[in-house]
Design a protein around this ligand. Structure first.
Ligand SMILES: N#C/C(=C\c1ccncc1)C(=O)NCc1ccccc1
Length: 260
């Protein structure tokens, strides 16, 4: 039985913006005590000024909005919180055990999650520094990543999946496809990363510009499974954009990304 009173106290200290009891119930449910302590540390360090609402939820993590402050400047934050007792952690194995950046001998489930969070942060850094459109990474602590919030007034920008039916009305689809290829090529050749879960669900549209999100599973191009992940990513793109009359073949796309 979690100590609800202690959690309530931590939630108060976190200045949770959601005043209504329903949202506080979700917070109390979603946040175990360790996570609350981590969020409290991030707010004590000044990064999190006030926690907002849920942006998106998944089996292994949840993303919340927060008013943030980075180097004294107001910054809207996406706060991605991984569940520590998640049952999805086995999915992480194949992506971590082939990655030379991480020594995965004898780690507990908790350490596996913390390593995954470090990986997501470092992937975001590599991509951002290579000029790839991804949320700017700010910091990470235990099972929490803080990054740039891609949205306006606490509302996230839409994914191209959400825009599917109206995509050709809201943007030039040919231009969008070529910008996605440009950033995918930069991700591969400059950041030396393969996204490994790229699809219409993980491409966000901000002012007609595509951004890649959900970088936790991205792997280095020398990962043993990098080529099969890249193939899956590219086939997903071709499938989605074929409905808008874009006919590029898989062979053309993979050679334009790899540059060979
Ligand atoms: N980076 C990132 C993400 C969102 C985001 C939104 C707005 N601004 C920045 C980031 C992200 O991982 N979304 C997918 C996801 C995976 C697992 C659980 C929940 C959600």
């Amino acid at each position: 039985m979690k100590d609800i009173k202690r959690i309530e106290k931590l939630l108060d200290q976190l200045r949770i913006k959601e005043k209504d009891s329903e949202a506080r119930k979700i917070f109390a449910e979603v946040f175990d005590e360790r996570t609350l302590k981590t969020l409290y540390k991030l707010s004590a360090k000044g990064y999190i000024q006030a926690l907002g609402g849920v942006v998106s939820t998944g089996k292994e993590a949840n993303v919340f909005y927060a008013d943030g402050s980075i180097n004294g400047e107001f910054k809207p934050l996406a706060v991605k919180i991984y569940r520590i007792e998640t049952s999805e952690f086995f999915k992480m194995d194949e992506y971590l055990f082939g990655d030379r950046r991480f020594d995965m001998r004898r780690v507990s489930k908790k350490e596996l999650i913390f390593t995954w969070v470090e990986k997501e942060f470092r992937n975001l850094e590599r991509a951002f520094n290579a000029g790839v459109n991804v949320p700017e990474p700010y910091t990470y602590l235990k099972n929490v990543v803080l990054m740039e919030f891609l949205g306006e007034d606490e509302r996230p920008y839409p994914t191209i999946f959400e825009l599917k039916r109206d995509l050709s009305e809201v943007t030039d689809v040919e231009e969008l496809y070529s910008r996605i290829k440009e950033h995918l090529t930069r991700l591969y050749r400059k950041a030396e990363l393969v996204h490994a879960d790229l699809s219409e669900y993980n491409i966000v549209l901000k002012d007609n510009d595509p951004y890649f999100i959900d970088m936790g599973q991205a792997v280095l191009t020398d990962h043993p499974l990098a080529n099969s992940y890249l193939e899956r990513d590219l086939r997903n793109l071709i499938r989605f954009f074929s409905r808008y009359g874009i006919k590029e073949s898989f062979e053309e796309l993979i050679s334009s990304v790899k540059g060979d």
